[in-house]
Design a protein around this ligand. Structure first.
Ligand code: ADP
Ligand code: MG
Length: 232
């Protein structure tokens, strides 16, 4: 084990800026963002609507490219990579959780977790099945595995989405307002689950949120305002 590699941060953004559109229509969504996140951190990203949270999450996870600046993602300089290479890295290293769950309505909870594993290309059918069961169990939903998303509550759907985000054992889980569409008790149970998984697996978490509960329990809070990290 080479120690200098282990000391590299999980994520390092240097002078990252992102703008959309041109001329009068140009929007500076992010300006000169410098941010390092260590392996195993549980980071809450907070800021008002429109402050650049989703843009930042998409860039730090290689879903979108910055207009300028660099992103070091688990030792890889993303700027230098082509879409095919980026996509291969995302499918191995990244799990993403959305505010509106984004489950496939015609598939059962089980298939929503299993199907992406089969598409991933790294798992045989047996292993994909075993992983889907294992992760549905971990989120407490194995007993509802055959239900479709429309037959599950919001909190239950988000648990399925969490199982889907984790089943390939990513190094990074990014969640964009994962409790934003849940009542506060359900949201708190989801926060408990994410923290438990972070502590058990050492997976790095970056979560955008307006939730005071989540902020209070995160290992670190990063505040963003008008596309800049708030140093206060
Ligand atoms: P948040 O997630 O904090 O609400 P976003 O990252 O979605 O903020 O948006 C930051 C800014 O960038 C906002 O002004 C938003 O309108 C703008 N923006 C986001 N995505 C796009 C896009 N695809 N095209 C143009 N402007 C965008
Ligand atoms: Mg957003």
């Amino acid at each position: 084990m080479t120690s200098h590699i282990r000391e590299l941060p999980a994520l390092a953004l240097s002078a990252v800026s992102k703008s959309y559109g041109h001329n009068e229509g140009k929007v500076d969504a992010l300006t000169a963002i410098n941010l390092e996140i260590a392996h195993g951190e549980f980071v809450a990203l907070c800021g008002p609507s429109g402050s650049g949270k989703s843009t930042l999450l998409n860039i730090l996870s290689g879903i979108d490219q910055p207009s300028s600046g660099t992103v070091l993602f688990f030792g890889k300089m993303l700027n230098a990579l082509h879409e095919k290479q980026l996509s291969a890295i995302r499918s191995q290293y990244l799990g993403f959780i959305f505010q509106f769950f984004n489950l496939i309505p015609v598939l059962s909870a089980f298939d929503n977790v299993c199907y992406p594993l089969l598409l991933n290309g790294r798992y045989q059918k047996n292993e994909a099945n075993a992983r889907a069961w294992d992760y549905l169990q971990r989120v407490g939903l194995a007993h509802l595995a055959q239900r479709k998303p429309g037959q599950l509550s919001g909190g239950q759907q988000q648990r399925v989405a969490i199982a889907r985000a984790l089943a390939h054992q990513p190094k990074l889980v990014v969640a964009d307002e994962p409790t934003g569409n849940l009542d506060s008790a359900t949201g708190e149970a989801i926060v408990d689950l994410l923290i438990k998984i972070n502590q058990e697996t050492g997976t790095t978490f970056v979560i955008s949120t307006h939730s005071a509960q989540l902020k209070a329990r995160a290992g670190r809070v990063v505040a963003i305002r008008d596309g800049r990290i708030d140093e206060a």
